[in-house]
Design a protein around this ligand. Structure first.
Ligand code: ADP
Ligand code: 5GP
Length: 209
């Protein structure tokens, strides 16, 4: 108490936080992740590696690092990936190096990965992960959003819809649930989670006590 009276309260730099956003495809997690990156200082994207082909407008090194199957296998065997999973028949993974560096520098990271990746990354970094699951307001609305996005062909959309119920069954493995009905409300809820998690006592260390 007396120390606080005479000295300004100072905290050591806290470790970064991994904010993992997961959702059935089409629920809006990329839209919410992009809004968070635009509104939040100190929030950086994790750029995954994948063996799927780029969609129109996707840039190598920005949206994903697009790899051949052979390169992906080499990275996973060499321990270069923090987690990896097969989603819709393609391989996806999180590069380990950038995540470890950013966390130690106190930088927060937002991940757009599936429920398997969330489980694996939580096991790998148990104190660093905050899991947020995004739900669509209904299955019908999920399908409407997938079709309106027009990035995938009909067959790909059917595949994603048939897996949606299974993905949704993992909702209770996450710390927070957001129903993405009105986009502005969903973004505000995600921002509130980031703010609270950043202020948690367990993440702070006082310098002058
Ligand atoms: P995901 O990354 O989860 O696959 P996207 O962020 O690409 O999903 O969103 C899928 C589609 O739904 C996009 O066309 C997006 O603009 C739209 N969308 C996202 N959130 C909402 C919302 N709250 N209301 C209406 N459309 C939305
Ligand atoms: P899309 O092909 O639509 O970009 O992504 C398909 C799914 O793969 C989404 O659920 C997305 O969250 C997931 N995904 C993207 N990158 C990764 C990753 O690095 N690891 C895991 N486990 N899933 C990922």
């Amino acid at each position: 108490m007396s120390l606080i009276k005479t000295n300004p309260v100072q905290f050591s730099q806290r470790r970064g936080i991994c904010f993992v956003l997961s959702a059935p495809s089409g629920a809006g997690k990329s839209t919410i992740a992009n809004a968070l990156r635009a509104s939040q200082k100190n929030l950086f994207p994790s750029v995954s590696v994948t063996t799927r082909s780029p969609r129109p407008g996707e840039k190598n090194g920005v949206h994903y690092h697009f790899l051949t199957k052979e390169k992906f296998e080499k990275q996973s065997t060499n321990g270069e990936l923090l987690e990896w999973a097969t989603v819709f028949g393609k391989s996806y993974g999180t590069p380990r190096g950038p995540v470890e560096k950013q966390l130690s520098e106190g930088k927060d990271i937002v991940f757009d990965i599936d429920w398997q990746g969330h489980q694996l990354i939580r096991n790998a970094l148990p104190n660093d992960v905050v899991g947020i699951f995004i739900l669509p307001p209904s299955i019908e609305e999920l399908e409407r959003r997938l079709r309106s996005r027009a990035l995938d062909n009909g067959e790909e959309i059917d595949k994603r819809m048939s897996l949606a119920i299974h993905e949704i069954s993992h909702w209770n493995e996450f710390d927070y649930i957001i129903v993405n009905n009105r986009l502005d409300e969903a973004i505000a809820q995600a921002e509130a989670i980031l703010t609270s998690e950043r202020l948690k006592t367990s993440r702070q260390q006082l310098k002058n006590v």
